[in-house]
Design a protein around this ligand. Structure first.
Ligand SMILES: [Zn+2]
Length: 297
């Protein structure tokens, strides 16, 4: 079973019109990324995965569209402009493949109502937050109210962690040590720390080591091959490889290229005395049943 715990809801239901294609050159150092995609683009890129967790980002209060491409919400004719409705419509069309997460903005006065609507009417199973993108303090009371409720209903939260090239997104709001503070207060809350907190992967390892319900996803890393190898070696040394979850951050990467990169992680150190990431651990990351760990089965 292959589970991708981190992918983004396509902005387009049908094929992206050529004049609306947006290519992002900042996300990856090795190749440009097509930031605009359709349902079919998504399904094709996710092909070998059995299940994928998918979500948008509630950008600002009152502006629920996923603006990550930097080009507005794309084609909103197939939903009403609320990113959670877009996710729910996509999941409803492919329920055996997809698990939808909601996104909320703590500064939105209707935030907790939206939580309930997503949980009950839309059937979304978790929450995606990106405090840096959404520009909120992850320890402020309105954010804590979301965690409190997520813990109550057993909904996992995936937090964007670490840096991003988005100029308006304050990096400090996504520092992994903040997750420690949250996990100390909400001891049953399940949290996925995205991107292993890049470039603070060691900090992420020591945080997930402390807290039984904290995990890290490895998306956003393999195209920096030295960091990728180093962080997996460190995760082994901190004894947390069993808490690393497979993820792509689609559209930034596909499932296939992420699997290939994992299986090649030791190439860098071939013929050297440097430590290797054990092959069986790599296969376990690829095959890990994250849904069971997150209570989503
Ligand atoms: Zn992402």
């Amino acid at each position: 079973m292959i589970v991708d715990v981190h992918s983004h809801t396509p902005q387009y239901k049908e094929a992206v019109p050529p004049d609306q294609v947006v290519v992002n050159t900042l996300w990856r150092p090795d190749r440009p990324v097509n930031a605009t995609c359709s349902w079919q683009d998504y399904l094709q890129a996710q092909q070998p995965a059995d299940k994928s967790i998918v979500f948008g980002i509630a950008w600002h209060p009152g502006q629920m569209s996923d603006n990550l491409s930097g080009q507005g919400p794309g084609d909103t004719s197939w939903y009403d402009g609320n990113v959670n409705d877009a996710t729910a419509a996509f999941v409803r069309a492919y329920p055996e493949r997809l698990i939808g997460f909601m996104s909320l903005h703590p500064y939105d006065a209707r935030c907790l109502d939206e939580f309930e609507r997503c949980r009950t009417d839309l059937g979304l199973k978790g929450i995606k937050l990106g405090a840096n993108y959404q520009n909120f303090d992850p320890l402020e009371p309105r954010a804590l109210a979301i965690y409190e409720r997520a813990q109550k209903y057993g909904l996992p939260i995936l937090f964007h962690q670490g840096t991003s090239p988005v100029r308006e997104a304050p990096i400090r709001l996504a520092h992994p040590l903040l997750m420690d503070e949250i996990a100390i207060r909400y001891r049953d809350l399940k949290i996925i720390m995205a991107h292993m907190g890049h470039p603070w992967q060691a900090e992420t390892c020591v945080v997930i080591r402390k807290h039984p319900h904290l995990y890290a996803d490895l998306s956003g890393n393999f195209y920096r091959p030295f960091s990728f190898w180093e962080q997996l070696v460190k995760a082994g040394e901190w004894n947390v490889l069993h808490k690393i979850l497979f993820a792509t951050d689609f559209p930034v990467a596909t499932v296939e290229e992420t699997i290939a990169a994992l299986r090649q992680v030791n190439r860098l150190v071939e013929g050297t005395p440097l430590p290797r990431v054990p092959e069986e651990e790599i296969e376990q990351i690829i095959q890990r049943n994250a849904l069971a760990l997150l209570g989503l089965e």
